[in-house]
Design a protein around this ligand. Structure first.
Ligand code: ATP
Length: 249
């Protein structure tokens, strides 16, 4: 269903930075994939390439056999790709209920907006008429954005660190909600996460470090590896390796 073939990403920020190198992935229908790995490894960048935020510098992306590499974010959204950002944007002039209705407008199913808010741990009566702007906290906006993704009937839903800024109590419900959409819809779910509870939902875990997929397999194998702290980033990654380091203070 979603296939990523030889995708690389470089950025030119004064000097060329290689962010992703030759990523190959094939995501099957109705499965949950969790991408994990060290900070700065390239997880969010890969999600942004999939969503069309960054154009890849090499490689191709296919959705249901259709080449979507050059499609815009909007075109991809219409084809059923949805993305919940790590740091969601605010919407001045829109109420929470209007934002969710807008997201649900292409979903043929009738959805109860209050229930959607409940699924992400928010009380409907407190939030439906709130402005979806900077008056909401980071965690509140994050949950509302996840509710907008849940409101759409998607082929592929990508969630970038859904746990960030979310309190433990709501997080428990959120993990159950991912399980529920996985069971109810045909949606392929791709979650970027560092949380064991989310890793536990995965059919497969994909480990990304240094811009490359270092491993893709079932969760027990990868969890073992992570817990044993193998292969963090490179063999040079040890205290005291850099002899001519700069000093502060
Ligand atoms: N727009 C950009 N310009 C230059 N470098 C970038 C840009 N976006 C990301 N990077 C760099 O690419 C690398 C991968 O970043 P990315 O955000 O994809 O990592 P990540 O695995 O999602 O990290 P985290 O777990 O901390 O969220 C980092 O070194 C980052 O500094």
């Amino acid at each position: 269903m979603l296939e990523i073939q030889g995708v690389s990403l470089t950025m030119d920020e004064g000097q060329t930075v290689e962010i992703l190198r030759n990523i190959n992935l094939r995501l099957a229908e109705k499965k949950i994939y969790v991408i994990t790995g060290p900070n700065g490894g390239g997880k969010s960048s890969l999600a942004k390439v999939i969503m069309g935020v960054y154009p890849p510098s090499a490689g191709k992306i296919f959705l249901d056999g259709q080449d979507i590499t050059t499609k815009t974010i909007t075109e991809r959204a219409l084809l059923g790709l949805g993305y919940a950002f790590q740091n969601p944007p605010r919407f001045k002039g829109l109420k929470v209920k209007e934002l969710i209705k807008l997201a649900a407008s292409t979903n043929p199913d009738k959805l109860n907006i209050g229930d959607l808010l409940h699924d992400v741990g928010l009380c409907a009566q407190d939030y439906l008429d709130r402005d979806a702007d900077a008056s909401l906290s980071g965690g509140e906006m994050k949950r509302i954005e996840i509710a907008t993704v849940l409101a759409r009937k998607l082929r592929v839903a990508v969630f970038d660190e859904p746990e960030a800024g979310i309190d433990l109590w709501s997080f428990q419900r959120l993990a159950e909600t991912f399980k529920f959409i996985h069971e109810k819809y045909e949606t392929t779910i791709l979650i970027i996460s560092h949380q064991e509870r989310i890793l536990d939902l995965a059919d497969e875990i994909i480990l990304i470090a240094n811009g490359e997929i270092s491993e893709q397999s079932d969760k027990d194998k990868i969890l073992n590896k992570i817990l044993k702290d193998e292969d963090c980033c490179s063999s040079q990654c040890e205290k005291g390796v850099i002899q001519d380091a700069e000093f502060a203070g």
